[in-house]
Design a protein around this ligand. Structure first.
Ligand SMILES: Cc1cc2nc3c(=O)[nH]c(=O)nc-3n(C[C@H](O)[C@H](O)[C@H](O)COP(=O)(O)OP(=O)(O)OC[C@H]3O[C@@H](n4cnc5c(N)ncnc54)[C@H](O)[C@@H]3O)c2cc1C
Length: 382
């Protein structure tokens, strides 16, 4: 089915060159990075040099002023290649937009060019050991002293936690009992800030090359001007950015599901048993046909939302639906495709095994499926 998005020749060329870049620079070395639990910084620099970081940033900040489809292409190609540990979409489409939307001209000039070049790698730290889905319960505090902010607290599960040079941190500036939509602020904590430290990368069942880590703020002092936006508005800012955050998750999950199906169709045609190709068994055909139908439904929905988002429409409810449905679908697809690979699907040599493991997190982070359903129910007036 042809995509309904306004895809130009430039977009097609961009996708092709990115695909080649990923094949040349990443695929071969990726298994080593999975062993090491981290991706080398030099790869981020290469992404930057090739224009793959924050392509939407304005030329004033060394970006290309590119449209949202370029972000979509980057996310899709990383997902299709099965190298989801490289959290470029988090950097490009989740964290940098906080600086772009809420930063002062001075903050943008200071940080955005580095985000585009790859000299600055970004992370966002909301989750705490006792505050995941219930974000309003965060306990990390920020207190103003002599014109500087002093942060105390702990964050966990922070993607790019080790590599990041700048972390957008949500901290409580109002009292413990003040409502979250008035009491939380966002801060930019720089790598060298005094009192800022990181734990070891957290060992995970998937996304093995992703440097997810705990972060610690122990009387961590940052300059007064590292407050992002207005004091007390942090929770509102986080809510305002949920639409793009959830949309980009759905975009990645959809592309991964499509790639799983392609790989499985190929395998099923090649694998012979009982004297004929696996693809000739009715069960294989029924499973793959079911998955193809689910994937087609996801594709229409995701592309409609990409279009609506590009047109500046508010599709908050629908992006929650897509985050929920498409990530659950991608998980189902990876599982059922792996089954068709038989024992080989369970071996790390076969990429389907990585798609299966990496799909598992997608219904958990950026708001769990249960949280998505809560929001959808709220939109239904329930
Ligand atoms: C690999 C990875 C990367 C991550 N990256 C980041 C990052 O970069 N930055 C960041 O800030 N966070 C990050 N997170 C954290 C992630 O967003 C949280 O794990 C997620 O929001 C869930 O929070 P939790 O783990 O505390 O689970 P909990 O909130 O404890 O949820 C436990 C279970 O309860 C369910 N639940 C929650 N509320 C309800 C309810 N009202 N009704 C019924 N069931 C409910 C949940 O759906 C879940 O099944 C990451 C997590 C992982 C694992």
């Amino acid at each position: 089915m042809e995509r309904t998005l306004p895809i130009s020749e430039e977009h097609v060329i961009f996708r092709e060159s990115l695909r080649k870049f990923i094949a040349a620079e990443i695929i071969e070395r990726y298994a080593d990075w999975e062993q090491e639990g981290i991706i080398p910084r030099e790869i981020w620099k290469k992404f930057g040099e090739n224009g793959y970081l924050c392509p939407w940033a304005s030329e004033e900040y060394a970006g290309s002023g590119a449209d949202y489809l370029y972000s979509v292409i980057i996310t899709e190609e990383l997902s299709r290649a099965g190298v989801g540990s490289l959290f470029v979409p988090l950097h490009n489409d989740i964290v940098a937009p906080y600086i772009d939307s809420y930063g002062t001209a001075e903050q943008k000039a200071r940080w955005l060019p580095g985000c585009v070049s790859g000299d600055i790698i970004l992370a966002v730290a909301m989750t705490e050991p006792e505050a995941g889905s219930d974000l309003a319960a965060i306990k990390t505090t920020a207190v103003k002293k002599n014109g500087r902010w002093v942060l105390n607290g702990q964050k966990t599960f922070i993607s790019n936690g080790i590599l990041s040079d700048l972390v957008v941190v949500a901290a409580r500036t109002g009292g413990a009992d003040a409502p979250a939509n008035q009491a939380i602020s966002l801060f930019v904590v720089e790598r060298e800030a005094r009192g800022f430290s990181r734990g070891e990368p957290i060992k995970k069942i998937g996304l093995k090359a992703q440097d997810t880590a705990e972060l610690f703020f122990d009387d961590c002092e940052i300059p007064g001007e590292n407050l992002l936006g207005q004091e007390g508005m942090g929770f509102i800012y986080l809510m305002q950015k949920l639409q793009p955050e959830r949309l980009i998750c759905a975009v990645g999950a959809q592309a991964a599901a499509e790639r799983c199906l392609e790989m499985t169709v190929e395998y099923a045609k090649e694998r012979k048993l009982f004297g004929k190709p696996l693809s000739k068994f009715q069960n294989t055909q029924f499973v793959l046909a079911e998955l193809a139908a689910e994937i087609a439904v996801g594709r229409s929905f995701v592309d409609d939302l990409i279009r609506a988002h590009m047109d500046g429409k508010s599709v908050m409810n629908e992006t929650c639906m897509a985050k929920f449905w498409v990530t659950e679908m991608a998980k189902r697809v990876a599982d059922r495709c792996l089954q068709i690979f038989g024992g080989y699907g369970y071996c790390t040599e076969y990429p389907i095994s990585r798609f299966y493991l990496d799909a598992r997190i997608q219904t958990i982070y950026a708001g769990t499926s249960e949280v998505m359903k809560l929001i959808i129910a709220r939109f239904m007036g329930l």
